[in-house]
Ligand binder design. Sequence first.
Ligand SMILES: [Zn+2]
Length: 134
Amino acid sequence: MDKNIRQRLEADLNVAMSRLRQMGGAVAVEELPGAIGNNSPFADEVDEIQANESREIGFATRELLVERVNRLSVALDRLAEGEYGTCVECGEEISPARLQAMPEVQTCVRCQDRIERLGRQYEPEETEVLVDEE
Ligand SMILES: [Zn+2]
């Protein structure tokens, strides 16, 4: 099982890395010559909106990929150290089904739920003050 997990993590990591490489340092913003006539009074404005949207989508995708690469690297490290599959929050085993769906996760479903709930309601600095109500 460990070997399969490692292969899966490495494969996912390779895919994420190569996508990141394809994106390069800057995200290309496609220009659309002729899509809008240059004599249109709105041409500049529309171009700018489209460029901003492309940049934001590119940036968001890139950020997600970088996060994924980081998570996968951490998962591989934890696998090497024999800590893989254990929740970093509570130390319980993460369910195999959850690992199957998302091999890079580091928290069990319960802790993930709690983190997401807290994340929506509180600033990160305040989370440590909270008591576990469950
Ligand atoms: Zn947990």
